[in-house]
Design a protein around this ligand. Sequence first.
Ligand code: AP5
Length: 217
Amino acid sequence: MNLVLLGPPGAGKGTQAKLLVKALSIPQISTGDILRAAVKEQTPMGAKAKAFMDDGLLVPDAVVVGIVEERLAKPDCVAGFILDGFPRTVSQADSLRCMLEGQARSIEHVISISVDNDELLGRITGRRTCKGCGKGYHICFDAPRVPGKCDECGAELFQRDDDREETMRKRLEVYDLQTAPLIDYYRNASLLRDVRGVGSIESIQHQILSIVQGDVG
Ligand code: AP5
């Protein structure tokens, strides 16, 4: 099954993708995670991406399309994949379609997760991530048992550099301008399904699974 999770920063794409990995046994491909790993490892691509990410802007299309093309060619994607944070522009969506057509594959579902901006700001400023295993938390809505420590591996939690309020506001503007047009793009292709991303993480997961497993028409 080939899925795209679409939604503004903080909508819960990463949270839901990680649960879908367990439910569907297909990998999550998060361009944000891949870029952050490249920044951490100080690769040439990471160095190029860092300035854009720190300013809340999109990394150039050619860079992210190359990342995704390379990742989709790996054997674990044969049975399907969950794209989290890609595509983010109409040009990226066109590139993805061409890339998949060349391999006789296509996107089957695009899940658009919607959440109001005030809620998004609260979520992002309270988000924490594990330095060890990458598990995500929220200091109020999904808090670790021991403050600042991961429930799974005990490693320290950190706040992302681009989760400061000013950068977050820029990311929301960029989403409205460059990524929101994909909602109509995929609606016109009859691939889009809307999910309200508010409520318990489990109830949202249930709605997404119902859609992708065909229980909802
Ligand atoms: P990326 O890492 O993709 O960030 P994003 O899309 O801005 O999304 P987030 O990771 O912030 O949010 P999310 O929707 O995954 O929410 P999460 O599940 O974490 O991209 C970062 C940067 O990389 C971009 O700004 C850009 O520079 C670059 N980049 C990446 N992809 C690119 C591309 N394709 N093209 C160009 N540039 C690209 O949840 C957020 C918080 O809310 C968590 O704390 C979570 O615990 C909590 N939460 C989740 N669900 C709920 C719920 N139901 N109720 C309450 N709290 C919840």
